[in-house]
Design a protein around this ligand. Structure first.
Ligand SMILES: Cc1cc2nc3c(=O)[nH]c(=O)nc-3n(C[C@H](O)[C@H](O)[C@H](O)COP(=O)(O)OP(=O)(O)OC[C@H]3O[C@@H](n4cnc5c(N)ncnc54)[C@H](O)[C@@H]3O)c2cc1C
Length: 439
């Protein structure tokens, strides 16, 4: 621990007392690992890297240790960037102002499973939670395609995924209660329930660190993984919208152009050079979905059962086809997040907005959403496309900035009391009081 600023050396010594030698690191390799996330998906953010480097990394393993670690950092005036699995793709987990990275990936474990609810430590992988729910004859309402990511990270940085057709986003009734830690010198676990818990969701830890979460479960359904293919993408996405409206509501319906489908891991259910449609549907909806596919001239390639098939389909949904595309040709592509019926009804115009435009699409109850990829030339060209998309009725979310963009005013108001010195994930909440003391 040489050449460290005094503040960090003193904090490190205190944290070793709380977490033990193995619970704290100031090694460069650990600090670099803790300072990177999934923002490599954005060439615009990649051009700006490195955006920050942790001075110190802490690995609490219990909720109590999380509180004690936060309290110690606050007493030393050191900024705290929480981190789950580090898959967030807008740089949300990068410590923009250095300081402490609070790595919660070792604070894991399902604490309780009851009828309609499950409680887990923040670092618990979502796959572990889904499995625990299954063992109790239940299922999690939703999970991201990064199913190995942490529940705390998904609640703080993510928004939805498998299950969102029926249940929307993770700030819409998914969270029943949280044990959070505020950035105050005598921090303890604060239990918040119902409406009081929602302001901590999707705000990147800027109003409080989630130490433990209680989420809603529902009765387990018998799911099938359906693989279909089409000659043309236009037909595939029309059918996707109809399958998304079937009852019982599908858990996931995704579709890709042949070029994106070709980039996915090889699977006989995803034939090369054809538009691919993949769905997780209730066994009771398989016949209706198959009929919609075949009536439109598509082919049902396979219908598979088993939780592993559902998980596999989830893990090639949402941002993943874009990630596979980028892996196949590094540095070439960018993507933005898009929404609206125009994605189906005006697909040729949508594709024409960017050179090499390619849509990956997901069914939702009201309007489809998707990731629109294109060949990257400059940030300016990416941003110029936003107005063109708006003109054809496509809503855009910019995945190339790391600011909290959900309930900003509410989060600012809450953080006045929960983070009075501005130490929580510094730089992510615009308008927040800057950190009082910098390490
Ligand atoms: C290929 C790819 C696919 C993706 N697919 C989806 C998807 O389908 N749906 C979706 O919603 N997202 C998706 N994402 C984004 C991201 O993976 C998810 O949001 C994921 O659930 C984040 O979890 P994590 O554990 O990796 O969190 P991290 O990346 O570690 O953290 C995310 C944010 O939450 C904060 N944070 C982490 N833990 C806590 C905590 N305990 N308390 C307070 N703040 C905390 C971090 O500071 C950061 O701001 C995808 C990303 C990639 C790269």
């Amino acid at each position: 621990m040489t050449e460290l600023p005094d503040t960090i050396r003193e904090l490190a010594a205190e944290l070793v007392g709380i977490l033990g030698e193995r619970g704290v690191s100031t090694e460069l390799r650990a600090r670099e690992k803790a300072s990177a996330d999934g923002s490599y998906l954005s060439p615009i953010i990649t051009e700006q890297l490195p955006l920050g480097l942790a001075d110190i990394v802490a690995f609490p393993t219990t909720a109590q240790q999380i509180a004690e670690t936060v309290a110690a950092a606050v007493r030393h005036g050191v900024g705290i960037t929480p981190r789950g699995k580090g898959t967030g793709n807008y740089g949300q987990a990068i410590p923009l102002e250095n300081g402490l990275v609070l790595d919660l990936s070792k604070a894991r474990g399902v604490v309780d499973v009851g009828d309609g609810h499950l409680t887990a430590l923040a670092g618990t992988p979502i796959v572990t939670i889904e499995q625990a729910a299954h063992e109790a004859g239940q299922q999690i309402l939703m999970y991201p395609s990064t199913a190995q990511s942490s529940i705390g990270g998904f609640l703080s940085g993510g928004s939805g995924g498998t299950g969102s057709i029926a249940h929307g986003s993770n700030h819409q009734g998914f969270v029943l209660a949280l044990d959070v830690v505020h950035a105050v010198p005598d921090a303890t676990l604060v239990h918040v329930e119902g409406d009081d818990a929602q302001p901590y969701v999707h705000t990147y830890g800027t109003a409080g660190i989630i130490a433990q979460a209680t989420i809603a479960l529902e009765p387990l359904q018998e799911w099938r993984g359906l693989f279909a293919s089409f000659d043309d993408f236009g037909t595939a996405i029309s059918v996707l919208r109809e399958i998304g409206r079937l009852e019982p509501t599908p858990r996931l319906v995704s579709a890709d152009l042949p070029v994106l489908a070709n980039a996915l891991p090889a699977d006989p259910g995803i034939p090369k050079d054809r538009s691919s449609l993949r769905a997780i549907i209730d066994v009771a909806a398989v016949a209706a979905a198959s009929e919609l596919i075949e009536q439109a001239g598509g082919r049902v390639e396979d219908v598979r059962d088993g939780a592993q098939t559902a998980m596999k389909l989830s893990m090639i949904s949402y941002n993943h086809p874009i990630e596979w595309l980028q892996k196949s040709d590094p540095g070439k592509y960018f993507h933005i997040e898009v929404a609206g019926d125009a994605l189906v009804d005006r697909i040729d115009e949508v594709h024409a907005v960017y050179p090499g435009g390619m849509l990956h699409i997901e069914a939702q109850k009201d309007r489809p959403i998707g990731m629109l990829a294109g060949i990257y030339s400059s940030a300016q060209e990416v941003y110029e496309g936003f107005a063109k998309l708006a003109a054809i009725g496509v809503g855009v979310h910019n995945p190339h900035v790391w600011f909290v963009d959900h309930e900003v005013e509410r989060t600012l108001a809450l953080s006045e009391s929960t983070d009075p010195a501005g130490l929580l994930n510094p730089g992510k909440l615009q308008g927040k009081r800057p950190a009082a003391v910098s390490a």
